[in-house]
Design a protein around this ligand. Sequence first.
Ligand code: F6P
Length: 341
Amino acid sequence: MRIGVLTGGGDCPGLNPALRGLVLRCVQRGHSVTGFLDGWKGLLDGRSRPLTALDVEDAMGRGGTLLGTSRTNPFKTEEGARTVLSTLQSAQIDALVAIGGDDTLTAARELHTRGGRVVGVPKTMDNDVRGTDWTFGFFSASSVSTDALERLKDTARSHHRAVVLEVMGRSAGWVALATGLGGGAHYTILPEERFDPEHLLAAVDRAMKAHGYALVVASEGAEVSAPLDGGAAAKDDFGHALLKERGVGAFIARLLEEKLGVEARSVAIGHVQRGGPPTLFDRLLALRLGAKAADLVEEGRFGEVAVLRGENVTSIPLEQAVASSKTVDASWLDLLHTFDA
Ligand code: F6P
């Protein structure tokens, strides 16, 4: 078989190991792999390259994606949908593996409903894909933000300041949750909860009095006041507002200064979280899911997505994975607030 592959949506550590898992499993079984460049855009423009064992030789420790990516949605128009199908046909692709988050997997589902032979592999630093225990990229990104929080602790403590770290995650608070818990924040603000300024101020006040500094983690998607500038924000091809300009962290730091009279700073680390080598967990998960995608293609299980359930890699329908996004649930929230100052 000739198997096509693309990586779509925001890059994250683990994409290259996933490609290695797919390519080496295919090579072992006698199939060839064609990589489409820059996500679905490569299928619109007909840009691709062969992927061989040599191409994935150094893949395990490398962040980003060797195929490039984009947030292009080819199914926004009927013409785009037709182009995708005709590119797959003219490149003689027997099946396509789409590696991505909810947007890329939604596009894969669209392709499947139009008769395309496609399987999915979930990835995202946001960890918000339903049906899989974890997505690769999440632990790598959260390790970076936890490291940032620990560095901020040194400087906050030295200057007796309150420091707010704003992290990514879109409308899911998983990265903020992991960073707050992992780095020992005094308060963490997630999109999944109604913002409670009284609780925040009380926690920061207690931390300042007890330790002489305070650390707050804020998720970029948290609703912390009547609309910041979220309503006016630019949107991507899939209709998502770009959240980096909302300034959640800066808003919280101003609030702390105004209400508590403390000196406060905010830091938004943005895309720094998405770069760098994947953690070992993400390497292994990505490798396994990439190899599983090759198995799904061989077994003719089109319209499915490889997922992690407990210790096992298995598969579920794409439909199920994209039905809704996975947000932080009540038991995690309960645990999180055990550690408020
Ligand atoms: O979905 C991954 C993510 O990093 C989000 O956490 C963030 O809101 C968004 O991508 C940023 O998108 P872009 O890289 O297009 O600026």
